[in-house]
Write a protein that binds this ligand. Structure first.
Ligand code: GLN
Length: 195
């Protein structure tokens, strides 16, 4: 288990790699961060990040590259953001064209904010964080219900926007573009127990 992988099929891949590299450096760790395009690269990873982007496209490419079973069986950490949250869900309430990966016990709404409010930013209070996190939401999904194994880390009136189940961290927003590394650091330190 030597590397953090960022699923590199579509979406904010380079931003996530950059944020992880900075967070790893800041914590004085020595872990490579690599883009992942093939199923056989996944089992040996320490963790896999599924970035924001377009979940329909990401899921189509996951299936095209025969990665679904490998990701479902993966025992390492998962860091899924925005479209990644949609991909990681057990159920989607407003999407029938594809079935998500069922990585954790959450039901997700893809279009929770409607079209008139596609993007917005908010200072979120997150459990375990001393200061609010400036969160950027872009056509963001929310968790509408979560099983008892899921710990809610942040919630807004529309639903749950940050949650954790064991080694899996799921966010509605985009921590890779807000120049605040605390979410990536939290994943490395608290979720993966590194450093
Ligand atoms: N709404 C998009 C989707 O479901 C996600 C948007 C994003 O990742 N910024 O694919």
């Amino acid at each position: 288990n030597t590397a953090i992988g960022v699923l590199a099929l579509q979406g904010n891949v380079s931003e996530h790699i950059g944020a992880f590299e900075s967070a790893i450096k800041g914590l004085d760790l020595d872990i490579p961060v690599i883009p992942i395009r093939k199923a056989d690269e996944i089992p040996s990873l320490l963790a896999l990040a599924i970035p924001g982007g377009e979940s329909t496209t990401i899921m189509r490419l996951i299936d095209k590259n025969r990665m679904r079973d490998v990701i479902r069986e993966f025992q390492g950490g998962i860091f899924a953001t925005c479209a990644g949250m949609v991909c990681a869900a057990r159920n989607l309430i407003d999407e029938t064209r594809f079935s998500p990966l069922d990585l954790l016990d959450i039901t997700v709404s893809r279009n929770a904010f409607g079209r008139q409010r596609e993007s917005f930013e908010a200072d979120l209070k997150i459990t375990g964080f001393e200061k609010p996190f400036h969160a950027v939401f872009i056509r963001a999904p929310v968790i509408t219900s979560a099983g008892s194994d899921v710990t809610v880390l942040a919630e807004i009136p529309q639903g749950i926007v940050a949650a954790r189940q064991q080694k899996k961290l799921i966010l509605s927003f985009h921590p890779e573009i807000s120049h605040d590394l605390r979410m990536h650091e939290y994943f490395l330190k608290k979720v993966l127990s590194l450093s």
